[in-house]
Design a protein around this ligand. Structure first.
Ligand code: ADP
Length: 193
Protein backbone atom coordinates (compact mmCIF):
# COMPACT_ATOMS: atom_id res chain seq x y z
CA UNK A 1 0.00 0.00 0.00
CA UNK A 2 1.31 3.46 -0.91
CA UNK A 3 0.89 6.40 1.45
CA UNK A 4 -1.57 9.03 0.23
CA UNK A 5 0.70 12.08 0.21
CA UNK A 6 0.84 15.82 -0.36
CA UNK A 7 4.22 17.54 -0.55
CA UNK A 8 5.12 20.92 0.86
CA UNK A 9 7.77 22.21 -1.47
CA UNK A 10 9.88 25.36 -1.50
CA UNK A 11 13.16 27.01 -0.57
CA UNK A 12 14.45 27.10 3.00
CA UNK A 13 12.44 29.79 4.78
CA UNK A 14 9.42 29.49 2.47
CA UNK A 15 7.19 28.43 5.35
CA UNK A 16 6.81 24.68 4.80
CA UNK A 17 7.20 23.91 8.50
CA UNK A 18 4.64 26.53 9.54
CA UNK A 19 2.04 25.17 7.16
CA UNK A 20 2.95 21.56 7.90
CA UNK A 21 2.42 22.01 11.62
CA UNK A 22 -1.02 23.53 11.08
CA UNK A 23 -2.10 20.86 8.60
CA UNK A 24 -0.77 18.15 10.89
CA UNK A 25 -3.13 19.30 13.63
CA UNK A 26 -6.17 18.65 11.42
CA UNK A 27 -7.70 15.18 11.95
CA UNK A 28 -6.62 12.66 9.31
CA UNK A 29 -3.53 14.61 8.31
CA UNK A 30 -0.07 13.64 9.52
CA UNK A 31 2.86 16.06 9.16
CA UNK A 32 6.36 14.69 8.76
CA UNK A 33 9.33 17.08 8.47
CA UNK A 34 12.55 15.39 7.47
CA UNK A 35 14.68 18.11 9.09
CA UNK A 36 12.93 17.47 12.43
CA UNK A 37 13.75 13.76 12.17
CA UNK A 38 17.41 14.69 11.75
CA UNK A 39 17.33 17.21 14.58
CA UNK A 40 15.82 14.62 16.93
CA UNK A 41 18.95 12.47 16.62
CA UNK A 42 21.57 12.76 19.33
CA UNK A 43 24.57 14.65 17.97
CA UNK A 44 26.92 11.89 19.05
CA UNK A 45 25.10 9.09 17.16
CA UNK A 46 26.70 8.06 13.83
CA UNK A 47 23.89 9.57 11.74
CA UNK A 48 23.67 12.59 14.04
CA UNK A 49 27.32 13.29 13.20
CA UNK A 50 26.71 12.90 9.46
CA UNK A 51 23.75 15.30 9.75
CA UNK A 52 25.82 17.99 11.52
CA UNK A 53 28.68 17.55 9.07
CA UNK A 54 26.42 18.22 6.04
CA UNK A 55 23.78 20.60 7.38
CA UNK A 56 26.41 22.93 8.85
CA UNK A 57 27.73 23.42 5.32
CA UNK A 58 24.32 23.84 3.73
CA UNK A 59 24.55 20.46 2.01
CA UNK A 60 22.11 17.58 1.83
CA UNK A 61 22.70 14.49 3.92
CA UNK A 62 23.42 11.51 1.59
CA UNK A 63 20.28 9.87 0.19
CA UNK A 64 20.50 6.32 1.58
CA UNK A 65 20.71 7.20 5.29
CA UNK A 66 18.13 9.96 4.75
CA UNK A 67 15.53 7.63 3.27
CA UNK A 68 16.33 4.99 5.88
CA UNK A 69 15.83 7.49 8.73
CA UNK A 70 12.60 8.70 7.15
CA UNK A 71 11.24 5.16 6.85
CA UNK A 72 12.10 4.44 10.47
CA UNK A 73 10.40 7.64 11.57
CA UNK A 74 7.19 6.89 9.61
CA UNK A 75 7.10 3.29 10.79
CA UNK A 76 7.67 4.41 14.39
CA UNK A 77 4.81 6.89 14.15
CA UNK A 78 2.58 4.21 12.64
CA UNK A 79 3.37 1.76 15.45
CA UNK A 80 2.78 4.50 18.02
CA UNK A 81 -0.69 5.11 16.55
CA UNK A 82 0.07 8.70 15.51
CA UNK A 83 -0.08 7.99 11.78
CA UNK A 84 -2.80 5.78 10.29
CA UNK A 85 -1.72 5.05 6.71
CA UNK A 86 -5.06 3.58 5.68
CA UNK A 87 -6.99 6.78 6.43
CA UNK A 88 -4.54 9.65 6.91
CA UNK A 89 -2.99 11.97 4.35
CA UNK A 90 0.74 12.29 4.81
CA UNK A 91 1.99 15.89 4.63
CA UNK A 92 5.68 15.72 3.74
CA UNK A 93 8.02 18.62 4.29
CA UNK A 94 11.69 18.55 3.29
CA UNK A 95 11.60 15.22 1.50
CA UNK A 96 12.14 14.21 -1.30
CA UNK A 97 14.84 16.81 -1.68
CA UNK A 98 16.39 15.66 -4.94
CA UNK A 99 15.29 13.54 -7.90
CA UNK A 100 17.11 10.46 -6.63
CA UNK A 101 15.16 10.59 -3.35
CA UNK A 102 11.92 11.01 -5.33
CA UNK A 103 12.81 7.89 -7.29
CA UNK A 104 13.66 5.99 -4.12
CA UNK A 105 10.25 6.89 -2.69
CA UNK A 106 8.23 6.21 -5.83
CA UNK A 107 6.99 2.82 -4.65
CA UNK A 108 6.12 4.19 -1.20
CA UNK A 109 4.32 7.46 -1.96
CA UNK A 110 1.14 8.15 -3.86
CA UNK A 111 1.70 11.87 -4.41
CA UNK A 112 -1.63 13.63 -4.96
CA UNK A 113 -0.44 17.26 -4.87
CA UNK A 114 2.71 19.35 -4.58
CA UNK A 115 2.25 22.72 -2.88
CA UNK A 116 5.04 24.87 -4.20
CA UNK A 117 5.56 27.80 -1.85
CA UNK A 118 7.53 30.02 -4.16
CA UNK A 119 9.17 33.37 -3.69
CA UNK A 120 10.94 35.63 -6.14
CA UNK A 121 12.53 37.78 -3.48
CA UNK A 122 15.32 35.70 -1.97
CA UNK A 123 16.19 38.48 0.48
CA UNK A 124 12.84 37.90 2.16
CA UNK A 125 13.66 34.22 2.61
CA UNK A 126 17.09 35.08 4.00
CA UNK A 127 15.54 37.54 6.50
CA UNK A 128 13.06 34.86 7.64
CA UNK A 129 15.84 32.32 8.15
CA UNK A 130 17.86 34.76 10.20
CA UNK A 131 14.86 35.51 12.42
CA UNK A 132 14.28 31.78 12.87
CA UNK A 133 17.94 31.26 13.84
CA UNK A 134 17.40 33.42 16.91
CA UNK A 135 14.04 31.91 17.83
CA UNK A 136 14.74 28.23 17.28
CA UNK A 137 18.44 28.10 17.95
CA UNK A 138 19.23 26.69 14.51
CA UNK A 139 22.90 26.90 13.70
CA UNK A 140 22.33 26.37 9.97
CA UNK A 141 20.13 29.48 9.90
CA UNK A 142 22.55 31.76 11.67
CA UNK A 143 25.36 32.07 9.18
CA UNK A 144 24.85 33.97 5.94
CA UNK A 145 27.33 31.84 3.98
CA UNK A 146 25.54 28.65 5.06
CA UNK A 147 22.17 30.15 4.11
CA UNK A 148 23.52 31.05 0.64
CA UNK A 149 24.85 27.53 0.26
CA UNK A 150 21.45 26.04 1.21
CA UNK A 151 19.69 28.24 -1.31
CA UNK A 152 22.18 27.11 -3.95
CA UNK A 153 21.63 23.45 -3.01
CA UNK A 154 17.90 24.06 -3.26
CA UNK A 155 18.18 25.56 -6.76
CA UNK A 156 20.51 22.89 -8.12
CA UNK A 157 19.28 19.71 -6.44
CA UNK A 158 15.80 20.23 -5.04
CA UNK A 159 14.02 22.31 -7.68
CA UNK A 160 14.26 19.57 -10.35
CA UNK A 161 11.90 17.50 -8.14
CA UNK A 162 9.07 19.74 -9.40
CA UNK A 163 9.61 18.48 -12.95
CA UNK A 164 9.75 14.92 -11.70
CA UNK A 165 6.17 15.13 -10.38
CA UNK A 166 4.98 17.13 -13.37
CA UNK A 167 2.86 20.20 -13.86
CA UNK A 168 -0.51 18.64 -13.17
CA UNK A 169 0.31 17.96 -9.54
CA UNK A 170 2.05 21.25 -8.77
CA UNK A 171 0.13 24.15 -7.22
CA UNK A 172 2.02 27.44 -7.10
CA UNK A 173 1.46 29.46 -3.95
CA UNK A 174 3.03 32.84 -3.21
CA UNK A 175 4.99 32.26 -0.01
CA UNK A 176 5.35 35.99 0.70
CA UNK A 177 1.68 36.14 1.66
CA UNK A 178 0.70 36.02 5.32
CA UNK A 179 0.69 32.47 6.74
CA UNK A 180 -3.11 32.48 6.98
CA UNK A 181 -3.38 33.32 3.27
CA UNK A 182 -0.92 30.58 2.32
CA UNK A 183 -2.97 28.19 4.45
CA UNK A 184 -6.16 29.29 2.79
CA UNK A 185 -4.68 28.61 -0.67
CA UNK A 186 -3.54 25.14 0.37
CA UNK A 187 -6.90 24.30 1.96
CA UNK A 188 -8.78 25.44 -1.15
CA UNK A 189 -6.90 22.82 -3.17
CA UNK A 190 -7.20 20.14 -0.51
CA UNK A 191 -10.96 20.40 -0.11
CA UNK A 192 -11.39 20.06 -3.89
CA UNK A 193 -9.66 16.67 -3.84
P1 ADP B 1 15.14 24.02 5.54
O1 ADP B 1 13.93 23.60 4.80
O2 ADP B 1 14.97 25.32 6.19
O3 ADP B 1 16.39 23.90 4.74
P2 ADP B 1 15.16 21.54 7.09
O4 ADP B 1 14.87 21.49 8.54
O5 ADP B 1 14.16 20.92 6.17
O6 ADP B 1 15.39 23.06 6.79
O7 ADP B 1 16.57 20.84 6.80
C1 ADP B 1 17.74 21.17 7.50
C2 ADP B 1 18.92 20.38 6.95
O8 ADP B 1 18.69 18.96 7.15
C3 ADP B 1 19.14 20.50 5.45
O9 ADP B 1 19.90 21.64 5.12
C4 ADP B 1 19.88 19.18 5.14
O10 ADP B 1 21.22 19.24 5.50
C5 ADP B 1 19.20 18.20 6.06
N1 ADP B 1 18.06 17.53 5.38
C6 ADP B 1 16.74 17.66 5.70
N2 ADP B 1 15.96 16.92 4.88
C7 ADP B 1 16.82 16.29 4.02
C8 ADP B 1 16.66 15.39 2.93
N3 ADP B 1 15.45 14.96 2.52
N4 ADP B 1 17.78 14.96 2.28
C9 ADP B 1 18.98 15.34 2.66
N5 ADP B 1 19.22 16.19 3.66
C10 ADP B 1 18.16 16.68 4.35
Amino acid sequence: MKYKTVLLFGAPGAGKGTQGKILGSVPNFFHCACGDAFRSLTVTSPLGKVFIEHSSKGQLVPDEPTIELWRQSIEGNTRAGRFHPEMDTLVLDGIPRNVHQAEMLQKTLDVRAVFYLHCRDMNKMIARLQRRALKENRLDDANLDVIRERLKTYDLETKPVLKFYGRKLVHNIDSTQAPVEVLSSILRHLVKK
